[in-house]
Design a binder for this molecule. Structure first.
Ligand SMILES: [Zn+2]
Length: 244
């Protein structure tokens, strides 16, 4: 019998960094919980790491996490867990400093991809979010140093305007009629229980996304593009950085 899908606490509260939860399965160095604050990675956002505190007070490092095809999130440890823990409640905590960096980069990614599409017809073809910088690939024709500078100043103007960010769900059927929620032509957004998550930056943009974000664009910091590479005729790779 397949395991029950993991309740994803980070989709309800971007600042849920710690939770108690019941162990529902253990396989070697991996375990699954009924609910978790760990993001399993996806859409260019790396999986969270952190640690678990067991009922006897012992702490176990969680090196990574991933979601399987049944939407069960597995926490990957650096040691094998005792199978007697199944059915017990443990507590898990993510590395919140690392997660907040991902949330800031994920938020600026929404601002950048919206301006790139609106003003330059640029679609995203790939993203790799990091703690110190991120890398974004766009299908952008006629990209130049002038357009790079324009992108920087337009993105920073939005960030400084204190737009608030919230998320909600729509049905998969409604999503099929909402092409305006897409920023990439290559990757389908995650559908969980027949629903698609929408992340909205008030008075600016709404797009499908399963990642984590900050509450206001003011929390993102100052945006800059510090390097650009050509990846084929139309594909441009932008390296971006945020400074608080
Ligand atoms: Zn996002």
């Amino acid at each position: 019998m397949p395991l029950q899908a993991t309740e994803r606490l980070y989709t309800q509260d971007d600042h849920c960094f710690e939770t108690g939860a019941m162990v529902i399965a253990i396989q070697d160095k991996r375990f699954a919980l009924d609910r978790t604050c760990f993001h399993p990675g996806g859409g260019g956002q790396p999986a969270d790491n952190g640690f678990a505190t067991l009922p006897d007070g012992r702490m176990v490092e969680i090196e990574s996490a991933y979601s399987d095809e049944d939407q069960v999130i597995w926490h990957v440890c650096n040691s094998t867990l005792d199978e007697n823990l199944t059915g017990q409640t443990i507590s898990v905590r993510i590395n919140d400093k690392r997660r907040l960096a991902f949330a800031r980069y994920h938020t600026v990614l929404h601002v950048l991809n919206t301006i790139a599409l609106r003003d330059y017809n640029g679609w995203i073809t790939g993203v790799q979010i990091g703690e110190d910088y991120s890398r974004i690939d766009f299908n952008l024709e006629n990209f130049s140093a002038i357009i790079s500078a324009e992108l920087e100043s337009k993105v920073n103007a939005v960030l400084q305007s204190d737009h608030h960010i919230r998320s909600y769900y729509i049905s998969e059927e409604e999503f099929q009629t909402r092409k305006d929620l897409l920023r990439t032509l290559d990757v389908k957004p995650p559908v969980v229980d027949g629903k698609v998550r929408v992340v909205e930056i008030s008075d600016f943009d709404a797009q499908a996304c399963g990642g984590t974000h900050v509450d206001s664009t003011l929390e993102v910091g100052r945006f800059s593009i510090f390097r650009t590479d050509n990846k084929g005729r139309k594909n441009k790779r932008l390296y971006i950085k945020l400074d608080i």
